[in-house]
Design a protein around this ligand. Sequence first.
Ligand SMILES: [Zn+2]
Length: 510
Amino acid sequence: MSTGRSSTSTRTSSMTRPLPLINTTSGVSAITRSIQTGSMNVTINTARTRPLTGVRQGSTDRTNMSTRNNIPATTSLSQRRMSNDLTRSRRSSQDRSTVTINPYIINGAVNESSNDYLKRRESNGFNPTSTTNTNEEPTNAKASSIDRQNSHSPSPLESRLKHGGLTGLQNLGNTCFMNSVLQCLSNTKPLLLFCFKDDLSEYLNTSSTSVMKGVLMREYANLIRKMWTSSDGHSIVSPSAFKNTIGRFAPRFLGYAQQDSQEVLRYLLQGLHEDVNRVQRKPSPIKIDEKAEEKMKERDRAKLSWERCLLYDNSAISDIFAGQLKSTLECCHCQYQSITFDMFWDLSIPLPRNKSSSSVQECIQLFMSKEDLDGNEKPMCAKCKQKRRCTKKFSIQKCPDILVLHLKRFSQARGRTKLSTHVDFPINNLKLDDLTDVMSESYEGPVPTYNLFGISNHSGTAYSGHYIAQCKHPFTNQWHEFNDSSVYSLSDKSRIISSNAYVLFYERNK
Ligand SMILES: [Zn+2]
């Protein structure tokens, strides 16, 4: 209990909402796993009606996967979870006060669209202006991994895109939540470059392991290409075709109600991942020799677990966003440890309780810190053969290229509430290995540092508010603010860090 936690804090650690799996029909059902612990609840709601890429052993029956009754042997089932929703929230007094929208001083609207983009538009089947392309022939997703870009020598494509992307998105009616996420993703360099691949259609997964059969990715790429090649002088693009498509994938986004930007991000990444998943056939159920694995070195187990994940979830999207999280459950009586590994797509990190200000580093440490599992929620220890008080702890086993940090400002406890805690965060050089007990002991190689390149900001209350995005251009490194159809240059970096920050996008320093 040493990692910078507020002594008065009572945490509710929850693994809520992994990247949800959406049924082709409509509903999202939830399989819930609960790890009840003393005053803390750890729940995993796997909002999936089917596994992501096919039926994997244990994929739809994970009620016993974790610590509820038994310490060991969670690896096999936990592999199924592609996204972590390893979120830790806390019970706290929530601030319901209204946060007013910052009266930003506008530095001047951006009008940098280059005239010659249209001439150089690609004509490779992805029509930047068409919204559907149903005649595209189904092709197999490529097995190769996405090209790593060398930032030192810009490719012709990078040179071509250098002045693009400063395009506003029309608000279709309460769609600022989606627009702010789209702008952050639009400025995610590896994803942007992927969307411009000449042979993108060859990556599309039209098999049964994708609900949308490539349509979502195709629509997304069309939108991004429009945003990066728009040169009509207005630099505003309508995302309506894309919105309709994501509404087909996740019907909850069909209407025009205000939604949560982090939730739409999850659906979006899930859908795009499926659409370019290299796994196009359900793998056979895997038998895991847990006893043998327990004898392996931890780093070998982690690698094996990762490879097992890739048998199901392996795409250009997971190449970019997925990392690996280690979970350690330790019996306080016999010190027996049960270790499991999970793929994560973002980290939902809690804000410290009863503090008006914090830092993202503190929030990450809070997420990773040990928590007690006690009281009537003690897990069963396999060695003691009885319920024991245990500690549970997360740490990072593998760092993603793009690290998405979701600040858990919203809580459903006692009605929907929002925390307006000011959270400071570094724009450059977020150092994970400077933090206490955040990296796994068996982490291999140098720990990367991360630079911020996107923020989804929410201003307002839990019930009404507005989203904007602030993003660093992937080629010019200039910051801009995207407020629906308006784009502003953001020369004053002090405006980047505010209590409106909600989802942070960090890129690994190469
Ligand atoms: Zn024990």
